[in-house]
Design a protein. Structure first.
Length: 202
């Protein structure tokens, strides 16, 4: 599933010239709001999909991925459920948020406790302002074979993900606001009247 992902950081936490820890970095996130530009590539590195929107994150377990262009789509994560609303299909899918999603980007961002269980972590420090973190798949059950995170001036700038079919997804963040006040209401979704609701929690 090449969807679900994103970011922020407590600027009071700084990496030294020769050390950087992705777990410490992610633990510095309490809330985040950012714009994103997402591009999906096939195994030949050809663009097959492009979208833009906003991401909202609030720990411990709230994430909203809001696609605004070209089609309206919302992915809402809470501690128990994952909901996917697609405007062009007039459909809302609700599924339980189970262990199969623990290696997803969304899960890593909201709760990175299992990061080292699913991925081998490699660091590359370019300079004081640019870091690259590469996560290599440890388990076949991981959703991605590799994840590469580029951190510029202590902000997540870009995330690239590859799956077993060699398709990839590139996510670039912009206008990031971190550790700001976000109400719980921001993560609630009331489906429009007449939407086809597919509830797989039962």
């Amino acid at each position: 599933m090449l969807i679900i992902g994103l970011f922020g950081f407590n600027l009071s936490i700084r990496a030294t010239n020769d050390t950087f820890n992705i777990n410490d970095y992610l633990n510095g996130i309490n809330t985040l709001k950012a714009g994103f530009k997402q591009t999906i590539f096939n195994s030949n590195n050809e663009v097959i999909d492009y979208s833009e929107g906003l991401i909202w994150l609030k720990k411990p377990e709230k994430l909203l991925w809001e696609f605004q262009r070209p089609n309206i789509k919302k992915i809402i994560l809470n501690s128990e459920n994952l909901s996917i609303y697609e405007n062009n299909l007039n459909q809302l899918l609700i599924v339980p948020y189970t262990d199969q999603y623990q290696s997803s980007l969304a899960s890593i961002l909201v709760n990175n406790d299992n990061l080292e269980a699913f991925y081998e972590i490699h660091y590359k420090i370019i300079n004081n302002d640019l870091y690259m973190v590469t996560l290599f798949q440890k388990k076949d059950s991981s959703l991605f074979t590799k994840i590469e995170i580029t951190i510029l001036e202590m902000l997540i700038h870009k995330i690239e993900l590859w799956d077993s079919s060699e398709q990839s997804i590139s996510i670039v963040l912009e206008n990031t606001e971190m550790n700001i006040s976000l109400s719980d209401a921001s993560f609630k979704f009331i489906p429009p009247k007449g939407v086809d609701i597919i509830d797989q929690r039962r």
